[in-house]
Ligand binder design. Structure first.
Ligand SMILES: [Zn+2]
Length: 672
């Protein structure tokens, strides 16, 4: 994920409109300080920052100069922060004149604002906040201690001083100035939104290398120092890959910075990663690729959050999904199925248009903002062809680098590259919530005089109708033939000419479309019974029903359960069967096939199956009522699984059954 944030416009509304914070203005301002170094290449209004942090205590003093402000100035208002002085071009502003945390343009009249602040960074409390300090790690993300205005992109000239042996990393270009008298001083040059500024300090071992022409740095704790080479190699590979796909890497350097916090965040030219997962192989795979790609998407090209955050979807598509495609079509299909499965599990009131997605604040929005949005890019590439799609990506970057962009800018770039109107595509996938519901029927097959076969197909969808190019795979006596049906209305009939005799047809078997899965298309998961009416049967009626219902509450969640004295196999709905492993083996219908593996090897096993009539069967076996509630205490995290095995209070095995959508082939009527 990228750092969660909102644009300056939203920030003002969300965070700066009220001011209940008492402000203390003192006359003991720090000496005014100006960066005179010639290294800065000025292209945007400057924000000059100087900060000294005592990482042993978190206490700091800072000076900020906001040059040429426009619009409303928002002052930082963290409760641990004291504003010690405030002046406009040398004219001190008395406390009484600044009664809120915003200063109107009419008041500041574009005069440079200088501000001195001090305080103690908060201690980390386990939740990731925008700033925290401990001897292990000190960080500050966004304008938590300095002012911002309505300027989208600023040149931040930053000087940071910390005691040794602390090392400083940050967004932008970094130069060490000096290390003397027990202090480390660096300068940072960062061009971008103040929201994206990040400063990271810790007792790091730093390593430096170069790959793909880009200087690379690692800031790891001593125990992980030997991981640097692996990170350098992977970083170089991904930077080269994305440069070829998109355009030049947008920053001067790239750094990987470790943290004790449980995060993985992408910044301009930097990623901030939990040290606990640094050594995992997936970190130097998809995770690192994803965070590196955020240097292009979300940082070099910023996001207009008000009209929807496109950067997570595009980053997921090009990094996570791109690497899955490298592994082969099966891995890519698995990822698409995973997204469709997660999308299908959202309730209608959880579905929002992608234009409403801001960040992954809750699971539902992540499913859409990452998964659905990545699928939209997959469909767009299918629509345009790879060459036009890649042209659109490169054009989008070239046009919007150093600026803030919206879905509409992506639309423009792809329309330019493809030379066609895409308003319909972006309207239905970005501005509308939901996804299509499709059904395919196979009709008559006739044989022409030339020996070809004409197969009738009928595709229907529920309202609202989507405009789609629907893949259909026709199984023939000589193997499968893939076709596309272009539809835009609620019903579409077609006759497809085939060189060989068709047997059956399947709708979108590779899940290339965002759509509701067909009934029975995806394997059931534990939450498939949500809200339904179950009948239940337990082999030993010992009054454990209440405990069972309580343990299963995360998946029942509103389902009503009727306990019966014997198993009602004829019941036309989901069934819950509770007993020992051997009893369940006897009770389950033969048509479900063999018992799942691993049942009986742990104290508690819970799984769901679907029979050939489409009915769901939930099976549960456990030792004692006490061990049941202990083993399933974390069930709420496993509701997306088909099976869970647990012992001694922890889950030993869980997963989703393979999908059986080969059963969804629709047979043609035989040739007359
Ligand atoms: Zn991300």
């Amino acid at each position: 994920m990228k750092n969660t944030k909102v644009s300056i416009g939203l920030r003002m509304m969300d965070r700066y409109t009220s001011c209940g914070v008492a402000r203390v203005f003192s006359v003991t301002a720090l000496a005014f300080w100006i960066i005179t170094s010639a290294v800065w290449a000025d292209t945007a209004p400057k924000t000059q920052l100087q900060i000294e942090i005592d990482t042993r205590t978190g206490s700091f003093t800072a000076t900020a100069v906001l040059e040429d402000p426009i619009g409303v100035i928002a002052l930082p208002e963290a409760e641990w922060l004291t504003i010690d002085g405030l002046s406009f071009q040398g004219m001190d502003i008395p406390t009484a004149d600044v009664s809120s945390a915003v200063i109107d343009a009419a008041f500041h009249q574009n005069r440079d604002l200088r501000m001195t602040v001090s305080g103690d960074f908060p201690k980390p409390d386990g939740n990731f906040a925008s700033s925290a300090s401990s001897t292990d790690a000190t960080y500050s993300i966004g304008p938590v201690w300095f002012p911002v205005d309505a300027t989208a992109i600023r040149d931040h000239h930053v000087t940071v001083i910390v005691p040794e042996p602390q090392q400083i990393a940050g967004t932008g270009r970094l130069m060490r100035v000096s290390r003397e008298d027990g202090f480390e001083e660096v300068r940072l040059a960062f061009t971008g939104s103040s929201d994206d500024f990040g400063l990271f300090v810790g007792p790091y071992v730093t390593e430096t290398s170069e790959r793909a022409g880009v200087p690379l740095h690692t800031y790891f704790y001593e125990a992980d120092a030997e991981l640097s080479e692996r990170y350098f190699d992977a970083s170089g590979t991904f930077i080269s890959r994305f440069e070829a796909e998109i355009g030049a890497y947008p920053y001067d350097e790239f750094s990987v910075v470790a943290t004790p916090m449980p995060v993985g965040l992408g910044f301009a030219g930097l990623t901030y990663v939990s040290r606990d997962i640094l050594s995992h192989r997936y970190m130097t795979g998809r995770s690192l690729a994803h965070e590196i790609l955020h240097s292009w998407w979300g940082n070099a090209v910023g996001v207009t959050y008000e009209s929807g955050n496109w950067s997570e979807g595009l980053t997921t598509f090009q990094a996570d999904y791109g690497l899955a495609e490298d592994q082969g079509p099966d891995a890519a299909r698995d990822m698409r199925v995973g997204w469709i499965r997660a999308l299908a599990q959202l309730s209608d009131d959880q579905r929002e248009p992608l234009s409403a997605f801001r960040s992954s604040t809750h699971n539902g929005s992540q499913v859409e903002g990452y998964g659905k949005a990545a699928m939209v890019f997959h469909m767009l590439r299918d629509e345009l062809g790879t060459a036009a799609f890649q042209g659109g990506i490169r054009g989008f970057y070239a046009t919007n680098r150093g600026a803030i962009a919206a879905w509409a800018d992506l639309q423009t770039a792809f329309e330019t590259a493809a030379g066609k109107d895409l308003a319909w595509f972006f309207d239905q996938w970005i501005n509308e919530a939901g996804m299509p519901n499709l059904q395919l029927q196979a009709g008559d097959v006739t044989r022409g005089e030339d020996g070809t076969y004409q197969a009738a197909l009928k595709l229907t969808q529920t309202a609202p109708a989507y405009r789609l190019s629907v893949p259909v795979v026709i199984e023939t006596v000589d193997g499968p033939i893939k076709q596309h049906m272009n539809v835009s209305g609620l019903s579409h009939e077609a006759v497809i000419t085939l060189p060989t005799e068709p047997i059956s047809v399947q709708l979108d078997p590779d899940f290339d479309l965002v759509r509701h899965p067909l009934a029975g298309e995806l394997a059931p998961t534990l939450r498939s019974i949500k809200g339904q009416t179950l009948v239940a049967f337990a082999t030993s009626p010992s009054g454990g029903e209440g405990a069972i219902a309580a343990a299963l509450e995360p998946i029942l969640s509103g389902a009503s359960v009727t306990w019966q004295d014997e198993l009602d196999i004829a019941y036309d709905g989901p069934k819950l069967v509770v007993g020992s492993a051997d009893e369940l083996a006897d009770l389950r219908p033969d048509a479900l096939g063999p018992m799942p593996e691993n049942v009986g090897q742990s104290a508690t096993s819970l799984w769901i199956e679907r029979d050939q009539m489409g009915q769901l069967w939930l099976f549960l076996t456990f030792d004692t009522v006490e061990s049941l509630s202990e083993d399933l205490r974390l069930l709420r995290f496993y509701t997306g699984q088909s099976f869970v095995h647990a012992s001694n209070g922890s889950v030993s095995l869980s997963g989703v059954w393979p999908d059986g959508n080969a059963n969804l082939q629709v047979p043609f009527d035989p040739v007359d």
